[in-house]
Design a protein around this ligand. Structure first.
Ligand code: NAD
Ligand code: 0WE
Length: 257
């Protein structure tokens, strides 16, 4: 891959381990020449993320940030400012809903599960983008991760689908607000990937084989393909693209049956 992100600085939210979508996109950004700074959710993931970050050089910064806590976001961005005067790229690859909300009926979603899902999976994009925007004085690219359940009913995705719809709408409104500052904001809607967040889901392997049978490409997507889309959106290749949700899903979403 050519070094289309040479000289760029990126902030990456959402690495848990080497299977994380955030890690796939981070690797592609780094291979394209970007310097990266990582968050980790809490002490539980600190060692994991520090070890992965160190594969780009032992001085690759990482710091804690729970995106549901405003004070964490402030402290994390102060850490970023201590490492770089400027940020060009921001990856938001974070989602959470209480497990019980992803089982049974959407009808039974509690007020608290609805709140948590929207806070962590949708509002956090607004919060981290606002915190990073002052560092993106020369323009920038913000990328978040979505899923088809935002648009169509995927059984058991439930409140996460509603939160992803809010995330995709937030991408459009953020694109409008930040466009004059040359900051672009887009979502990648990924087909199913076997990550930590997916592993807990019952029937997930059936979903992977459903895509193999029904998607136009007759296979599942790879982290490398998500990385390549992440590089496109971060680079001048995507210079005229903002507010969009781009599908990396083997074409699954175009099917009517
Ligand atoms: P993952 O478990 O590797 O990543 C999820 C990340 O969210 C983890 O790093 C976790 O620490 C972080 N997180 C959760 N709550 C947080 C909080 N309060 N503060 C800070 N971080 C928090 O799983 P993944 O599949 O790589 O998920 C990344 C993104 O991709 C999510 O937005 C997910 O909805 C989306 N996505 C996943 C798939 C899939 O099939 N795996 C498909 C489409 C979209
Ligand atoms: O966005 C996701 C999953 C995000 C997620 C996963 C978990 C598991 C553990 C959010 N919250 C939690 N909470 C937990 O306690 N995906 C796109 C993957 C996914 O999840 C599904 C899917 C797909 C695809 C759930 C039901 C149906 C399909």
């Amino acid at each position: 891959m050519s070094r289309v992100l040479e000289g760029k600085v990126g902030v990456v939210f959402g690495v848990a381990n080497k299977r994380s979508i955030a890690w796939g996109i981070a690797q592609a950004w780094a291979q394209a020449g970007a310097k990266l700074i990582f968050n980790y959710q809490g002490e539980r993931l600190k060692e994991n993320v520090e070890e992965l970050a160190a594969t780009f050089g032992s001085d690759t910064p990482a710091a804690p940030c729970d995106v549901s806590r405003d004070e964490d976001i402030v402290r994390f961005m102060d850490f970023v400012k201590s490492k770089t005067p400027r940020v060009d790229l921001l990856l938001h690859s974070v989602a959470f809903a209480p497990k019980e909300a992803l089982e049974g009926n959407f009808l039974d979603t509690s007020r608290e599960a609805f709140r948590v899902a929207h806070d962590i999976s949708a509002y956090s994009l607004v919060a981290v983008t606002r915190a990073a925007a002052p560092l993106m004085a020369g323009g920038g690219s913000v990328v978040t991760m979505s899923y088809y359940g935002a648009e169509k009913v995927v059984p058991h995705y439930n409140v996460m689908g509603v939160a992803k719809a809010a995330l995709e709408a937030s991408v459009r409104y953020l694109a409008y607000d930040l466009g004059p500052r040359k900051v672009r904001v887009n979502a990648i809607s990924a087909g199913p990937v076997n990550t930590l967040a997916a592993r807990g889901i019952s029937g997930f392997s059936a979903m992977l084989s459903h895509y193999e049978q029904h998607a136009p490409l007759k296979r599942n997507i790879t982290l490398e393909e998500l990385g390549a889309m992440g590089v496109f959106l971060a680079s001048d290749g995507g210079a005229g693209v903002t507010g969009q949700t781009l599908y990396v899903d083997s074409g699954y979403s175009v099917m009517g049956m």
